[in-house]
Design a protein around this ligand. Structure first.
Ligand SMILES: O=C(O)CCC(=O)C(=O)O
Ligand SMILES: [Mn+2]
Length: 234
């Protein structure tokens, strides 16, 4: 499938998912988050990240003072839910690889959340791409270079857009500067994400969400200690 847009090797498929598909995916994500609630990772420097996360699949990404890594259970101790079939179908359409993904990371961008420029290099096999699916509000996605620094370019990703970091672009620096309410987006607001809607009971405003699929590093998998796990169970 040919991408409509390429930004520094990142392939972008604007509006790959129609409104019905977006709404169905949001329901799938809600079901995952009821089992494996969003948590706030900490950087290895001890700073809480502004993006909250969860995951589906065999592995989920996690970070605390001990570093960035994949773990085989949600920090509460519950197993990660399975990757929903429509997510696997998106992977099949755009990834260009036969192997199925092991991880569907769910990134939730609440008000003011952002993600600084970084490379995705906690995975084992860089011949596997990273696929990103945007749902909800628009996100300003920034792409840099294969090394830190230098000029960067950005693009607004809207609900239903899919981006693929693969091949030469697998290890480009990238990040999300900010989000903005979707009415300005190319395809409007994701119908399942009305403004101000509460995501979960006692949960937070479901302002924006982007989730990505990963094939990642089994060998670098680690487990949380009892003490680390307890911190999430309170
Ligand atoms: O949310 C996005 O689109 C980017 C997130 C990202 O780069 C990451 O979680 O590694
Ligand atoms: Mn990344």
């Amino acid at each position: 499938m040919a991408p409509e847009l390429t930004l520094r090797g990142v392939k972008i498929y604007p509006g790959l998912l129609d409104e019905t598909a977006q709404a169905a995916l949001v329901e799938d994500l809600r079901a995952i988050l009821r089992i494996a609630p969003l948590f706030q990772p900490e950087t290895p420097y001890g700073k809480p990240m502004s993006v909250r996360m969860s995951a589906a699949g065999r592995f989920g990404w996690f970070s605390d003072r001990k570093g960035y890594r994949y773990i085989d259970r949600h920090p509460s101790g519950v197993g990660w839910p399975a990757i929903p079939a429509p997510v696997l179908a998106i992977w099949d359409r755009v990834s260009g690889v036969a192997r199925a993904p092991d991880c569907c990371l769910i990134n939730f961008y609440g008000a003011g959340a952002r993600m600084g420029l970084h490379q995705d290099k906690d995975e084992q096999d860089f011949s596997m791409p990273v696929v990103s699916v945007s749902l909800g509000d628009d996100a300003l996605f920034r792409v840099g270079n294969l090394t830190r620094g230098g000029k960067t370019e950005s693009v607004w990703l809207s609900s239903g857009d899919v981006a693929v970091l693969g091949g030469e672009a697998r290890l480009v620096y990238h990040g999300v500067d900010r989000t903005r309410p979707a009415p300005w987006g190319r395809y409007g607001r994701c119908p399942a994400v009305p403004p101000g809607e509460r995501m979960m009971r006692g949960g937070s405003e479901f302002r924006s969400i982007a989730f990505r699929l990963y094939i990642e590093a089994v060998e670098r998998l680690s487990r949380l200690s009892q003490r680390q796990r307890k911190a999430f169970q309170q």
